[in-house]
Each structure stands twice: as C-alpha cells, then as structure tokens.
Design a binder for this molecule. Sequence first.
Ligand code: CA
Length: 424
Amino acid sequence: MTALARSWVESANDPDGPFPLNNLPFGVFTVGDEPASAGRCATAIGDQVLDLAALEGAGLLPESGFSEPSLNRFMSLGAAAWSDVRERLTSLLAHETQEADGADAATNDVVRAALHPAGEVTLHRPFEVAEFTDFYAGRHHAFNVGSMFRGPDNALPPNWLHIPIGYNGRASTVVVSGTDIRRPLGQTKAPDADRPVFAPCERLDIELELGAVVGTPSEMGSAVTVDEADDMIFGYVLLNDWSARDIQTWEYQPLGPFQAKAFATTIGSWVVTKAALEPFRTATPPREAELLPHLRDTTPMLYDVELSVSMSAGGDEPTVLSRTNAKELYYSAAQQLAHHASSGCAMRTGDLLGSGTISGAESGTYGSLLELSWGGDQPFTLDGGQTRSFVQDGDTLALHGHAEGDGYRIGFGPCVGTVLPAHD
Ligand code: CA
C-alpha cells in the first residue's frame, strides 16, 4: 500500500487527517458571504480549501470549467483529464515544491494565495445531480429487512442474487451535508385502521450508503461492460437516503418506494475520486449464484472504506450507533451501472447511484435505524440517556467514512443533517 505523500501544507501530513495529498477530493465552495452563484470548484488539502478556478485562471491547471458552481464540466472530460489535473495538483502541493526558486517560487505564491482556511468557506452541493438511482446492493441489509417483513426463509427476493435491484429516485431533493431536513408529511395506514391518514411521518429513518458519481455518459441504445462502467465513474460520496418507513410500508407495493424516499437525500460535500481510493480496492464477496456474463466483475471493484453512523439529540454530544465497511456490499457500483445501462438506458454526467444501505452481519454494524431498533421493537439508548427507535425532531444524524492507509487516511468529510418538525 502506498505511504503518506507529504505536502508543504503542513496540516495535510497529519496521519489521522481526512485530506492528505493522497486524497485531493473535489467540491464546490464560496468564501465568507459570497452568494452561491459565485461558487467554484475546489479541492481539500489538510485544513485548507484550494480554489481551483484561481489556479485555472493563472494557467496552472488546464481549462476544466473550475469557475462553474459544479463539477459537471470537469467530470464530463473523462479519465485522462481527471488524472492530468490530479498529477498537476500533486506536483503543486508536494513537499518538494516548497523549496522552489525563480519561476517556481512565483507559482508557489499563486497556490498559497488560492488557499482558504476550511473554517472560512461554505461548501455547496458539489455537482448538479442529473438523476438519482437508488440500489439495494447490501446483502445483510436486504436479508435483515426481508426477515422482518417475510421471515428469514423468504428474506431475499428471487431476483436479488441475479441483479442489483434499484429504483429511480429524485434528483431534485439531493442536498449537501449541513442542509436541514423537514420531516415529511405523507399517507400512512395503521394495520388495524379502516382508512389511511395524511400526517407527519412517525418512523423517520436514515440509510448509510455510498453514492457513485457518473463522470462520462453512455449513449441510449448502448450497453456498457462492467469494466467500461468502472471507467465512467468519477468518484464517490457519502450518502444518507432519508426514509419514511411508515409511508413506505403503505405505498411500496407494487412499484417500490415513492414519497417515502422522495423528500430528501443528503450527500457529502466532497467527491472522493476513484484514483484516491485505488489502493483500497477489494473484491466482491463470493457469488452465491453465478452471475450472467454481462454483470461479472473482472477485477476487485469494491472499496475498503470504514463507515459509521452517529446521532445526537438536540445538540448533545453524538453517539456512535454503528460501524461498518463498504466492502460489505454484494454488488459494486460498476456492476450497478452496467446493469442500469444494460437495457440501453442512457447514463449522464452527474448521475448519482446510491449503493443501498450498507450493514454488516451483526447488531452494531447496521446502516439503518430500522435494523438498529429491529423494526422499532427494540429501542436503543443514546449516551445522554434518551431512547430512540427512529429519528425525532431536532436530532442530528451524521455519516462518516474513511479508507485507512499506511500512515494516512482518505476521508470523505461528514454527511450531516438535522431534522426539523413537519409543516402544519
Ligand atoms: Ca436506499
């Protein structure tokens, strides 16, 4: 495994920090009270945010659309452009660059002037979400939820081991970390009630997921191989797929979730590139049923990324509810994307593919409150003494994730949201 790449930005050399030179995630930011329309692209380095539009303007980076308030133009340019920018940024920020003189010293001054302390910037949604598709690729989650509703013998639907099951979600309500989430209203029906009611959701949940971000598009009518799909993926974000379980229970048959999922999805502020995660590739678990050829993977395409869920009630200290790992997924994002395009469905720059809830096999490793409270029957206790089965108003939920290298970490930054009361 590669070692820490040292930078002259000293805070980037902290072995426990999320943003060493090895990482270089991409996001969108403004400084101080600039309007959101002034948003431009950035990378994170240590405790600093580096303005990529400034570097592009100074001719230090190729024309990549970095002055736009989204990464879409850069993401559309493809793998060669992504790796070119990564190499140039690595060179500009490497430890050795600090000792430069002459023309290189002038370059170094430009880079220093483009750094902003992370505490002085606002991070925005990093890309324009073209479409959001949510999958169900976590084996343990599918088994747990299936067991609750159909019993362990019928937990997995008959198609589950043959295709990554998904549904088309909403792009319009994908928001960046830190955005407050309004408790949804919806139609529910208690099992013993004669009629449904329209009221605030009473079983508000989260789903710990990894989102894959599509960089390069595919054409309508053309399938892509799993290898081609992997090449199309620009990077990954943490993703919380907020879920209204009581609304979901009433509405989900026969076409799947609808309003239960449509009200909000939170993503992290930073897109961690496939290049940064390359040392952490790991194989999918053994196949329980042989996949058809168009969905077979040829190389390791999951990632060893440690994940956690924490919750705080009304501003209290957060309690870690769960720890798990992205390698628990049964299908990789490349397999999901290949499946998505297999009918001839065109995939677009900025498409977001949710992995599905990532849960481990045991209690304490579950990625949803539905599992942590086992259908609401087994409330859990926060460190402050409050009990919860689902999310209450004022609660803050946070996802964290990082890959653990040898003396460095590839961090994702937090994916956070606080729940506000429903509208009257
Ligand atoms: Ca989901």
